[in-house]
Every structure is written in C-alpha cells, then in structure tokens.
Design a protein around this ligand. Structure first.
Ligand code: PRP
Length: 224
C-alpha cells in the first residue's frame, strides 16, 4: 500500500489517492457540465476532508460491543466549517457528511478581476469553542489573497487551530500563504503550474464559482 496524502512541500499536503485524481480530471475538463462538476467536487471533498481531519483530537471511551467491552475512540474537538462564498460551498456537503455536528460559518469574498485583491463582503460566524478546529474551504488558491484574508479574519475572531482546504493551489498562492501563516497546513488535491496574466490558475479548472453556480465560464452557454 502507498501513502495517498503526501507532504509535497512543508505544510502542504497533497491528496494523491487515485480515486481523488479521477474526480480532479472531471473537474478540470471543459466538457464537464454543471451537475457533474458539483458531484465530482463533492466526491473529491471526501478525500480532502479525510486528509484534513488527520490530526483531530480523539479520546478513548469504553464501548460495549455485542460480544464484550472494549476501548474505542471518539472525536472531542469542536469543529467549524467555513466555506468561502461562493465556490467554497462545493466542499461543504462532503465535510458535513463526515462531521454532521460541525458548526458552520460563512465568509463572502470577491476577487476584483483587475487588481486581483479580495474584498470581504459577508461574514456570519458561529460561537467559537476553545480549541475548535476550523476548516477553511475554498476550491481555488490562486494568488492566495482570499485564503489569507479569510484566515486573518478568522484569527481576529479567535480561531487558533485552522486548516486551509482547497482543490487546486498555485505555487504563488502557496508561497504567500506559507510566508504569512507558516503554521497553518494546506490540504489540496493538486499543486498547479502557476498563474496566467489574468490571475487564473494554469492548468486549473476555470472559475469554480462560475462553473458551480451557472454564472458563466467555459462551456456554460451550451448548458440549459
Ligand atoms: C475565486 C476562488 C477563490 C479566489 C481565489 O473566487 O473561488 O475564492 O477566487 O483567488 P485568490 O487566491 O487570488 O484570492 P471569486 O472571487 O471568483 O468568487 P466566487 O467564488 O464567488 O466565484
């Protein structure tokens, strides 16, 4: 058996499970329609959630099986899922299936197409329990500005245990994020080649928010 989550750079964990790669191929393809794009993102989300949760705290408990008593383990760490609107919503269903009791906070961030600077337009966060693990969900880390702004806001709110979760990350974004937040792990399904002049990740998967919401992007006009 081989390890399917690999630390490709310090603090950057890449999910390389063959089944996750299959989902990523679907997401990358310009021929993938909206419904299948959402479905593939959800399936890939399970692999990302699994990798991101590797360090969750558990405590031993006694359990009575049908045959005898034994020691089992239960999660004790409060969880908060923070999808970055809009595209982060793609990853929420998988995380919620695995962690149904998690609290959910929303941050709305919009990247200015010209300056590439993110603008925070919405924040709605739940109460924060001490030591809570906060998973920040955004499929794309391009310049890293959106993830950085989100994490800055969440640290100001009081979060101390954070993990950045994305589907694809550009080296530029990773460098910036690691420089400013070296202790926060990044979990991603791929490290791509880089950014083009418009700030799009290459090869990337286009604009995840647009593809998921039907608001434009490659192949969109051919769909109902
Ligand atoms: C996209 C993407 C990330 C961000 C990444 O969002 O979903 O949030 O850009 O870019 P960055 O790393 O350079 O900040 P966008 O602003 O297009 O909003 P959307 O999710 O509503 O489509």
């Amino acid at each position: 058996m081989v390890s399917t989550v690999v630390e490709r750079q310090p603090g950057v964990w890449v999910v390389e499970h063959p089944a996750a790669r299959h989902e990523l191929a679907i997401l990358r393809s310009v021929d993938t329609g909206r419904a299948e794009f959402r479905a593939a993102a959800e399936r890939l989300g399970f692999y990302l959630a699994h990798a991101a949760a590797a360090n969750l705290a558990v405590e031993p408990i006694e359990v009575e099986t049908p045959l005898c008593r034994t020691i089992a383990y239960q999660r004790t760490q409060p969880l908060v899922l923070v999808p970055i609107l809009r595209a982060g919503m793609l990853l929420l269903p998988a995380f919620l299936r695995l962690f149904p009791e998690a609290r959910i906070g929303y941050l709305g961030l919009r990247r200015d197409e010209r300056t590439l600077k993110p603008e925070l337009y919405y924040a709605n966060l739940p109460p924060l329990r001490p030591g809570a693990q906060v998973f920040v969900l955004d499929p794309m880390m391009a310049t890293g500005g959106s993830m950085e702004t989100a994490v800055e806001f969440l640290c100001g709110w009081g979060a101390t245990v954070l993990t950045a979760v994305c589907i694809i990350a550009a080296p530029e974004g990773i460098r910036r994020f690691r420089r400013n937040y070296p202790a926060i792990p990044i979990v991603t399904a791929a490290i791509d080649y880089g950014l083009n002049e418009q700030g799009f990740i290459i090869p990337g998967l286009g604009d995840a928010g647009d593809r998921a919401h039907g608001t434009g992007g490659e192949g969109e006009e051919a769909q109902p």
